[in-house]
Design a protein around this ligand. Structure first.
Ligand SMILES: [Zn+2]
Length: 142
């Protein structure tokens, strides 16, 4: 009887101690699976990808035209202060052609019709999928 209680306590504390690391290992495994979908790229690409997994709902970093995720929000943290820089993917000038939904759509349609070429190939991730990136465009600009 006493031994059974000790065993139960032991199992309970083992689960308590190892429960969180097990959950973390499980999440890490999920992350690795998702990463494996892409070919391993440079560290910055992987960090961007990991960040994108945790910030799926935050689309302020995404280009309004093509969905490319920047390091800094192209329209500022408030979504109203464009940087007037160029998207390395679709080449839109943030604050100009992407000021309105109609403008963003028009630019996107023309960009896709022209072959959806990258403005700066150096930013293009390996295994890039246009459909996946376009899905990241904020719903206000799709
Ligand atoms: Zn873009």
């Amino acid at each position: 009887m006493q031994l059974k209680k000790i065993n139960e306590r032991l199992i309970g504390s083992i689960l308590h101690v190892f429960g969180i690391p097990l959950i973390l290992a499980f999440l890490g495994r999920l992350l690795m699976d998702r990463r494996a979908m892409f070919k391993a790229g440079p560290l910055s690409t992987n960090l961007r990808m990991i960040r994108s997994i945790f910030m799926l709902t935050d689309d302020k970093l995404n280009c309004r035209v093509c969905g490319y995720r920047s390091e800094v929000p192209p329209w500022g943290g408030d979504g109203r202060t464009p940087l007037y820089d160029f998207c390395p993917c679709c080449g839109v000038e943030h604050g100009y052609q992407d000021s309105t939904r109609i403008g963003a759509r028009k630019y996107r349609d023309r960009w896709i019709a022209a072959g959806a070429e990258w403005e700066d190939d150096g930013f293009k991730p390996e295994g890039w999928l246009i459909s996946e990136q376009l899905a990241a465009v904020s719903s206000d600009f799709q």
